[in-house]
Structures are given as structure tokens and as C-alpha cells.
Ligand binder design. Structure first.
Ligand code: CS2
Length: 474
């Protein structure tokens, strides 16, 4: 089958959207760490729209730990197909990624970060990619950070962490006399820009104080809220895209039609006109982050751990389970919403209904097992903040304890069956999993909350209820 490439674009059927701009004139204004499915479905799609108006916002992707994306997109000239899954599926070939560099080419990565065209360094490296402790600060005992703390002294330093790459690349810009830029986190953490700024400065102050001072003066780290449900790519999607476009795409992407990106209006130098692609610039992004992380991602993790325990495979299937869907709706409306400060103009009740409708979208095959990844990193941002505030406010936590108990049972099942889990703390979690109390006592996940007697009681009741096949403790 003919492969998608700049040379075969003209072969696409008329109903498949494609870049309307001259990719030859594209300049790489963005260096993005982690050009995975979510980045390509969300930010890269927005920049693809912007490029029709301004050729300076092409993207150079950087995959530090895998070759897959570079090998797939290289022969396609960076092109890939985005399938928008709603009532009717639409296909769009996206051209904003010019090239993907890998960790095998450290000099090329450094060159891209310290290039005059580069105005934004962005990232989707997942929660674990920030190497933070349970307190949200840089974890200097993290092996990659420890390696960077010692490695930074050598001329031939090749950073082992994303934070290390930021310090190294920004240092190179400073030494080259280039202006500062904007570092844009696009990951699901609260205060993601501030956390990234603090982590970068914490490392820079130890290994390169001059660059630390320059970062304070010259670099902006806006907060951002990112949202679009993006299941992983599978062979079924590859076949579907080949049938619809007539071209072979080694790594197409799928997402729901809905997409939202709210960026704090805090840029070093020129702000890209992403509002042309529907992006919102806001003075304060925190209310948007809070609503999305607690209501959407909190509910997603609940569906994942409770749903897998009930034998469901996808989000849409779990939403077909009337008792589970009712439970999740009550959790969102009665237990999570009271902890959320609604952003200006957002009706929380309507937002909850829209999120539930997005979960129920039958066109999307979103595996619960994918959402179940990295529980030790996700639960603190998605559920534990809500629990802490409910305890402080004297609100009940009976239902809020259910997803936590379901996660503990998920670990128990994995340990019992010898099934591997995707989590940076997997070894420790599985070693403790046969006794959920030992996991609840892990400060790396629960901080001091693990010592809370009320939470302990509520988790014990929820654990027993789930074991008895009940969703809610009586
Ligand atoms: C999901 C998110 O995998 C997960 O943890 O909850 O990827 C979710 O689909 C996105 O944040 C939606 O914007």
C-alpha cells in the first residue's frame, strides 16, 4: 500500500483534511518533549491550524526514551493522520511536526533548544516525567535527578531527566546569547507550570547558578489545562485509517471531537496566536485545571479501577453499567464538585453532564487499563486533594474512599496473578499489595493523608463493600 508522505498527499480523498500551508516554509518555533498520542491529538493539531496563518510555529518533537515515533513519522515527513471520533468520524492529515529527534542524538536536541527560531519548549512527559515527590517539589533522590546532579559537572553531560534537559538546553541558550523563551507544560498536574518552574530552578541552582538566575529573569512557565480524550493507537485504527484515506500511516492518532486548551497568558516574548485554533488565554488557569483534573480525571480513574474490578474493558462499556454510571455521577456532583471553584462562565452541573456524555461516546474505545497506568502519580492530583479538603471541611468521604479502595484491590489482583503494572513505583506497590494498609501507609503516594484515621476507616469499609460486590459501603 502507498505510504502517507509529502509526495503522496495529493492522493488523499477530498473529504480528508490536509495542511493548507507550505510546509517547506515552516520554521520550528516549538521543541516538544514527548510527541506521543496526546501531544499529536491536541497541541500539534492546534499548531497545525495556526501554521495556516503563521509559518513560524512548526514543531520539532523529542522522544528521549523511545525510537517508535521517530521511526514511524520519519518516512512520512512528519505527517500523520488524526481520526476525530464522534457520531461521524472525520480524518485530518496533520503537518505541524517537521521532525522527531530521539535521545540518541543529544547534540541535535541541544541544537534545537538553543536555536534562534525556538520560542517555546513544551512537554507531555506524564506526571512521572517531572520527578517530583509527594510534596510536589523536585525529588533529588530520584535516580535520573541524582544522575543529573553529578553529570552536570562534565562537559559531555547528557541529561537523564526531562528537568535535566531543560537546565542543559536553557544553559546553552544563555551561553549562546539567545533570548529567553516560554516553557509550556501540557501535563495533568495542578499548577503544572509553577511546578515545572520550581523543579527546573531547584536543579539549576545546584548545577548552574548563572543559568538559574537567567531563567528567573528570562523564562516564563505558564500554567495550562489540556483536555481531549485520546485512546492509544492500535492496529484497528491503522486499518480504519488506511481504508478511509487509501494511504498507509504507520502511527495515526485517534481522539474525540472535543478539545480544550487553556493557557495562562504569561509568555516570554511573542505569544503564538493559538486563539485562532480555539485556544483560551486566561489570567488564572487554576480554576480550569481544578475542574478538569478533579471532575474529569478523578472520575476517569474511578471508572478505571472500579470498572476493571467489575470486569469492564472500556470507558464506554463501564458507562453502560447503570449502577456504576450512577455512582460516578453522584461522586462528581455530591463529593467532588463541592471542592471545585468554578472557572468564570463555567456551569459545573452542565460541565459534569458533558463529561459523562463524553465518557459514554460509543465511537471511542478507551481502555480502562490505559487509564489505570501510573496510579501512584495520578491519584494525588485527581482524588487525594479532594479527600484532604473534604476532611478539612468536615464533608463525608464515604464515596471518595471507593476509588482509592478499588485501586488497592487492583494492585492486590495484579500481585496475586503476577501481572505487571505500569507505574514508576510498581515494585514497591506490588511488594506491599497483599496488605492494602501497607500501601495506604506509603508517604510517596499519600503523604501524611495515609495516617488519617477517618480515611483509614472509610477505605476499610469501601474495600469490604467492593469485596462483597457493592459499590457503596452501607
Ligand atoms: C486519562 C487522561 O489516561 C488517563 O489517565 O484520564 O488521559 C484523559 O483522557 C485526558 O486527561 C483527557 O483530557
Amino acid at each position: 500500500m502507498t505510504r502517507l508522505s509529502p509526495e503522496t498527499l495529493a492522493l488523499l480523498p477530498g473529504d480528508v483534511a490536509r495542511p493548507t500551508y507550505d510546509r517547506g516554509a515552516m520554521r520550528a518555533g516549538v521543541v516538544h518533549f514527548g510527541p506521543g498520542a496526546f501531544h499529536r491529538a491536541h497541541q500539534a493539531a492546534a499548531f497545525d491550524t495556526l501554521l495556516a496563518h503563521d509559518p513560524r510555529w512548526g514543531i520539532t518533537g523529542v522522544s528521549l526514551h523511545s525510537q517508535g515515533v521517530a521511526q514511524a513519522l520519519g518516512p512520512q515527513g512528519g505527517l500523520y493522520t488524526l481520526a476525530l471520533l464522534d457520531r461521524q468520524t472525520r480524518y485530518r492529515v496533520t503537518g505541524s511536526i517537521g521532525q522527531v529527534l530521539t535521545g540518541k542524538a543529544p547534540q541535535a536536541i541541544l541544537g534545537a533548544m538553543a536555536h534562534a527560531d525556538t520560542r517555546i519548549i513544551s512537554a507531555t512527559v506524564t506526571e512521572k516525567g517531572y520527578c517530583l515527590g509527594a510534596d510536589g517539589a523536585l525529588d533529588t533522590t530520584h535516580p535520573a535527578i541524582a544522575a543529573d546532579l553529578t553529570g552536570a559537572g562534565n562537559d559531555s553531560w547528557v541529561p537523564q531527566s526531562f528537568i535535566g534537559w531543560l537546565v542543559c538546553g536553557l544553559g546553552a541558550r544563555r551561553r549562546a546569547g539567545l533570548p529567553g523563551l516560554t516553557v509550556l507544560s501540557c501535563d495533568n498536574l495542578t499548577d503544572n507550570g509553577r511546578k515545572l518552574e520550581a523543579a527546573t530552578l531547584a536543579l539549576a541552582q545546584q548545577v548552574d547558578p548563572q543559568t538559574a538566575a537567567w531563567i528567573v529573569d528570562q523564562v516564563c512557565f505558564p500554567n495550562a489545562m489540556v483536555d481531549s480524550i485520546t485512546p492509544a493507537t492500535d492496529d484497528a485504527l491503522r486499518a480504519q485509517v488506511a481504508a478511509a484515506t487509501g494511504l498507509e500511516d504507520a502511527w495515526p492518532i485517534q481522539r474525540e471531537g472535543f478539545t480544550q486548551w487553556v493557557i495562562e497568558d504569561r509568555f516570554a516574548g511573542e505569544r503564538p496566536a493559538l486563539d485562532l485554533a480555539g485556544v483560551t488565554f486566561a489570567a488564572d488557569v487554576r480554576p480550569f485545571e481544578m475542574a478538569k483534573l478533579r471532575l474529569l480525571n478523578g472520575a476517569h480513574s474511578t471508572l478505571a479501577y472500579v470498572g476493571l474490578g467489575l470486569g469492564h474493558e472500556t470507558v464506554a462499556q463501564a458507562m453502560q453499567d447503570a449502577a456504576l454510571a450512577r455512582f460516578v455521577e453522584r461522586l462528581m456532583r455530591e463529593d467532588i464538585a463541592p471542592s471545585v471553584m468554578a472557572p468564570p462562565g463555567l456551569d459545573l452541573s452542565r460541565y459534569i453532564a458533558d463529561v459523562l456524555a463524553r465518557f459514554a461516546n460509543p465511537a471511542i474505545r478507551h481502555l480502562l487499563s490505559q487509564i489505570a497506568w501510573d496510579g501512584s502519580q495520578k491519584l494525588p492530583y485527581r482524588l487525594l486533594g479532594t479527600v484532604r479538603e473534604a476532611l478539612e471541611a468536615g464533608r463525608p468521604i464515604t464515596r471518595l474512599a471507593v476509588p482509592i479502595a478499588a485501586w488497592l484491590r487492583f494492585l492486590e489482583r495484579a500481585a496475586r496473578s503476577g501481572t505487571a503494572i505500569t507505574d514508576p513505583l510498581a515494585a514497591d506497590l506490588l511488594a506491599r499489595a497483599s496488605d492494602w494498609r501497607a500501601v495506604l501507609a506509603m508517604p510517596a503516594v499519600f503523604g501524611t493523608l495515609g495516617q488519617d484515621a477517618q480515611l483509614f476507616d472509610a477505605v476499610a469499609k469501601a474495600h469490604a463493600a467492593l469485596a462483597a460486590g457493592q459499590l457503596e459501603p452501607v
